[in-house]
Design a protein around this ligand. Sequence first.
Ligand SMILES: [Ca+2]
Length: 198
Amino acid sequence: MDARGLWVMLCLLLLARCTSQQTPSPKRNGKRDSANSAAIEELKKQVTEIVQELNLLKERQALQTVCLRGAKILGKCFLADPAKKSFHAASDDCIAKGGGLSTPLSGDENDGLLDYVRQSVGPEAHVWLGVNDMVSDGHWVDQLGSGVRFKNWETEITLQPDGGRGQNCGVLSVTANGKWFDESCRAERASVCEFNIV
Ligand SMILES: [Ca+2]
């Protein structure tokens, strides 16, 4: 039974219990109001517990559908697609799956993504990241258009991002040990979708 089915079943069970508790009994008429209040409080408590249970189920479902095929790193599931495609095609594919292009938010997450890409795509892979500076050159934003706080540009050998208006999409390079480069968004690269676990 899926989460929605379980939810409906539990609601019906609760409704049945509530109805039976609210049925007037000749012997308890005087105490009906307080009994009803207690029943409502009990129901609220049970609903809270059910919501918690449902969230756990959602997490398990996300784990089963994505994490088992990909990798779970710091509260996100990552799933690689080795097929090379443009930034926009890769981004659209991730959105269609209910996620977005991978966008590490910390050094630890970047390292985790690097390891996963190395294993799943290869030792020389470049994968699209969910960052771009299409609107304003040099102002890198994530897929929701918010300014990117964590960046990991390669700056020791080259000085990334160095492509100006011709290179507006970011990639993570396994060859450069997880460092980022800007590239033409029309280039074709492998990609990794990320999914937030509820
Ligand atoms: Ca640029």
